[in-house]
Write a protein that binds this ligand. Structure first.
Ligand SMILES: [Zn+2]
Length: 147
């Protein structure tokens, strides 16, 4: 197997909290400490009030598919192809771009519910991934009942 061409993540003062959260399996959203506006990707100042004061909140990790693309080439050993990459509207109102797993690209539909999970990435890093929300077993479906 050839070596990945994916560069290591560049951690900055503004984004280190986000990558550290991902490493711990937590999806954090930057929040303005003055006006509470949420923002992603992380940045130094609030786009709404220009404040430099911020904290974070933890996302519910649920959202709906806003857009996606399916990548076939060029291929890198760090990924499997075809590679679906989605943009989701998180329940909190910010958006997130991540690889999609657990669904055939041809079955992706805009508006479908997705959840954010975390998985290993190149360079021993951990990044969010998107996958369909597992269907809950319903009482009306006998095969769906588990003892
Ligand atoms: Zn603000």
């Amino acid at each position: 197997m050839s070596k990945t061409s994916v560069p290591p993540i560049t951690r900055t003062h503004d984004n280190v909290f986000w990558f550290d959260g991902a490493q711990q399996g937590r999806l954090l959203i930057q929040r303005c400490a003055d006006c509470a506006t949420l923002r992603h990707p992380p940045g130094p100042a609030c786009p709404a009030c220009r404040s430099f004061e911020w904290d974070t909140m933890e996302s519910s990790r649920r959202g709906t598919l806003h857009s996606f693309t399916v990548i076939h080439h060029p291929q890198d050993p760090a990924f499997t192809y075809p590679l679906a990459v989605g943009l989701i509207d998180l329940a909190e109102g910010t958006r997130l771009v991540a690889d999609i797993e657990g669904v055939e690209p041809g079955d992706l539909q805009l508006g479908m519910e997705l959840e954010v999970v975390f998985g290993a990435h190149a360079h021993d890093e951990t990044l969010p991934r998107l996958r369909p929300v597992p269907a809950a077993a319903t009482p009306s479906e006998p095969d769906g009942i588990t003892a």
